[in-house]
Design a protein around this ligand. Structure first.
Ligand SMILES: *Cc1c(COP(=O)(O)O)cnc(C)c1O
Length: 390
């Protein structure tokens, strides 16, 4: 016999029965789009900023806020803001800080997405970029113009792993009254803490090491409360918020950041040392090697040298492609920073579509293979590179 009326309303009102006193060990996942108010006065208190309640998950959510507290402490920052991806964090930062007529200085060697945003997208809104060679970026004082508002840089730089003296660069920016922002994705806060070196904002593709398990796309920016607050309208209005479920996964990944980074550092250093001087390679680029042009700078500001190595084969893209086709323990995939070792060809991925001149300025060559060294057994990784060299 069919039920005489509909099913009980409590099946729909899922918050009913929630137990605020349950005291869970881990942060619950607040997978809700919206939040309840008790009364008109309660809504008014939210608007006045005196209630501590939440309104709507595109604005803010307890799961993302809990993650922000962890991310802020990882970089020893006053505040952090999460985004739905690293590019969300980059565009949120630039659109949050800049207006038409403003200029960004950045390295000619920079993450591909940042490059395209600055080179072809933001100019449509009147925000322009000037690309500097590494030597000019070391002390940008002479390059800073009346419209310059931000100096954006990376260290180590993808994929050459060149490094910049962060304290020197930050001091020059501060003296000139412009903001310095560093993309700290490759180093991670385990290896390098740029805020303590004087940088204004640190940005991360959380997709990479901070999450560490290749299963979430996320981004974050850390810095002073005042600067982070300036990014909020961009996140809200451009809709670049992170999902609560994804925030919870990142918070879980973060718990093992230091043990993972110890292993990434040790594996990459071990592999780089094992293949340095290898006759079948023209270059092994790793900041932890004495042969790296910026080893002294890296040693002065990094605890470990990270998990990224770039090798160069003498036979150009043909040779790099043969290596890429033979590699087996390393998986053929773009991205980096996960527990799994990955191999990528920069000219076909992160630097795809760059002109010969742009590639030359960034010192990126067709014979390069970028290795994201994971946490597998080091001997297996060394043997894999050896067999792939043929
Ligand atoms: C991957 C990456 C980004 C972009 O991050 P997404 O999470 O892919 O949007 C930015 N900077 C660097 C250095 C990266 O490696």
């Amino acid at each position: 016999m069919p039920p005489s009326k509909g099913l009980p309303t409590r099946l729909i009102h899922t918050a009913e029965g929630a137990q605020p006193d349950a005291a869970p060990l881990t942060t619950p996942i607040y997978e809700t789009t919206t939040f309840l108010f008790d009364s008109t006065a309660d809504v008014q208190a939210y608007i006045d900023g005196t209630s501590g309640k939440y309104l709507y998950s595109r604005y803010d959510n307890p799961s993302t806020r809990a993650l922000e507290a962890k991310l802020a402490s990882a970089e020893q920052a006053e505040a952090a803001m999460v985004f739905g991806s690293g590019m969300g964090a980059i565009s949120g930062t630039l659109l949050g800080l800049l207006s038409a007529g403003d200029e960004v200085l950045c390295s000619a060697a920079i993450y591909g997405g940042t490059f395209h945003l600055l080179q072809s997208f933001l100019p449509r809104l009147g925000i322009t970029a000037r690309l500097l060679d590494l030597d000019d970026l070391r002390d940008p004082t002479a390059s800073i113009g009346p419209r310059t508002r931000v100096v954006w840089f990376e260290s180590p730089i993808n994929p050459t792993l060149r490094c910049l003296d962060i304290a020197r660069l930050a001091a020059a920016c501060r003296a000139a009254g412009v903001l310095s922002v560093v993309d700290n994705t490759f180093a991670t806060p385990y290896n390098q803490q740029p805020l303590s070196l004087g940088v204004d904002l640190v940005m991360h593709s959380v997709t990479k090491y901070l999450n560490g398990h290749s299963d979430v796309t996320a981004g974050a920016v850390m810095g002073s409360q005042a600067l982070i607050e300036r990014l909020l309208p961009a996140r809200k209005l451009l809709g670049a918020m992170l999902d609560p479920m994804a925030a919870s996964l990142v918070a879980r990944g973060l718990k093992t950041l230091d043990v993972r980074m110890e292993r990434h550092n040790a594996n990459a250093l071990g592999l780089a040392r094992a293949i340095e001087g290898e006759a079948r390679l023209s270059r092994v680029l790793y900041p932890g090697l004495r042969s790296h042009p910026d080893h002294a700078i890296a040693a002065g500001q990094m605890r470990g040298f990270g998990g990224m190595i770039t090798i160069e084969l003498p036979g150009g893209l043909d040779a790099a492609g043969r290596f890429f086709d033979r590699i087996a323990v390393f998986k053929r995939a773009t991205s980096l920073g996960g527990v799994e070792s990955l191999a990528g060809l920069p000219v076909l991925t992160s630097q795809y579509g760059w002109s010969d001149e742009q590639l030359a300025r960034a010192d990126v060559t067709p014979g390069m293979v970028r290795l994201s060294v994971g946490i597998e057994t080091l001997e297996d990784l060394i043997a894999d590179v050896d067999q792939a060299l043929g």
